[in-house]
Design a protein around this ligand. Structure first.
Ligand SMILES: NC(=O)c1ccc[n+]([C@@H]2O[C@H](COP(=O)([O-])OP(=O)(O)OC[C@H]3O[C@@H](n4cnc5c(N)ncnc54)[C@H](OP(=O)(O)O)[C@@H]3O)[C@@H](O)[C@H]2O)c1
Length: 258
């Protein structure tokens, strides 16, 4: 399987490279600067991948990278959502570009691509309410636009998933193949609502109870970047339908205990 990583010089993108190579997948790294990528990776890893220079805001560049390298899957880690609701970033444009390129590839191949997009925990539904996390913690709102766009795309056109982690933390800045982590990375995952959500007695306090439950849960969902990379890589290897056209929350049993 050939996987295009957009944003391979970023925190998650760079960790996806060893995660995918360790599972015998081929990596095509789409970056703005090949020299930046080579400065971040050990030469032994850099020589195992194909590098494409380009801007993820150009549909033709992304589409050519997919078609020219016969990619089966795309993982978009390029762009970072703006923190506050009054700020904006390139992320919605980048996700729009990836979606458009994947739709054009579908027209060409008559077969849907597997695509993982990065979202944030704000997209997950809060159990026991009819609201997303965003309603309680209104940051990184641009992921809402990305989800709204993805929801218009059927799985027959793009087999998309949007990963919705909370804060992702590096475990190491050394990259080796094969990776030393456990084969699955160890994360629990679920669609729509975060896995292992914890309820508290104070949810019953009128008006503010749910808000305090969200706050009490928020720090329980930090995960390691390496584990998220392993999770995506495993999903691609398995080729499962479980998370297709879903927003996906992750939880680390080692960090998530209160
Ligand atoms: N880190 C977290 O804790 C966290 C938590 C939840 C969700 N997320 C989401 O996960 C995604 C990845 O996060 P991250 O921490 O890995 O981000 P990051 O380290 O800031 O990496 C972003 C990457 O995007 C690339 N990029 C930006 N604009 C581009 C463009 N026009 N064309 C091509 N590449 C472009 C950057 O390339 P250059 O090196 O050229 O600048 C960089 O490689 C983001 O969308 C973020 O919102 C992150």
């Amino acid at each position: 399987m050939k996987v295009l990583i957009l944003g391979a010089t970023g925190n998650l993108g760079i960790r996806l490279i060893p995660a995918l190579l360790s599972r015998n997948l081929s990596v095509i790294a789409f970056v703005r600067s090949s020299s930046k990528l080579s400065s971040l990776l050990p030469p032994a890893i850099f020589k195992q991948i194909t590098v494409v220079e380009g801007d993820a805001k150009y549909v033709d560049s992304v589409k050519s990278a997919i078609v020219d390298h016969d990619c089966d899957a795309v993982v978009n880690t390029a762009g970072v959502a703006a923190l506050m609701p009054w700020n904006s970033s390139d992320l919605p444009e980048i996700v729009g570009t990836v979606v458009k390129a994947a739709k054009e590839v579908h027209q060409l191949r008559q077969k849907p691509l597997r695509v993982w997009i990065l979202g944030g925990m704000g997209l997950m539904d809060v159990p026991g309410t009819n609201s997303m996390f965003f309603r309680f913690v209104p940051i990184f709102h641009e992921h809402l636009k990305d989800l709204a766009l993805l929801k218009t795309i059927p799985s027959t056109v793009i087999r998309w998933s949007i990963l919705c982690p909370s804060r992702m933390i590096p475990r190491s800045t050394e990259f080796v193949v094969p990776v030393k982590d456990s084969p699955s990375g160890g994360l629990a995952a679920s669609a729509t609502v975060p896995p292992h959500w914890q309820d508290f007695w104070f949810r019953r306090i009128p008006f503010v109870g749910s808000f305090f439950v969200v706050l009490a849960n928020a720090s329980r969902y930090n995960t390691a970047l390496e584990d998220n990379a392993a999770f995506i890589a495993d999903d691609l290897v398995m080729g499962s339908d479980e998370f297709v056209c879903e927003k996906v929350g992750v939880w680390d049993p080692a960090q998530g205990k209160v």
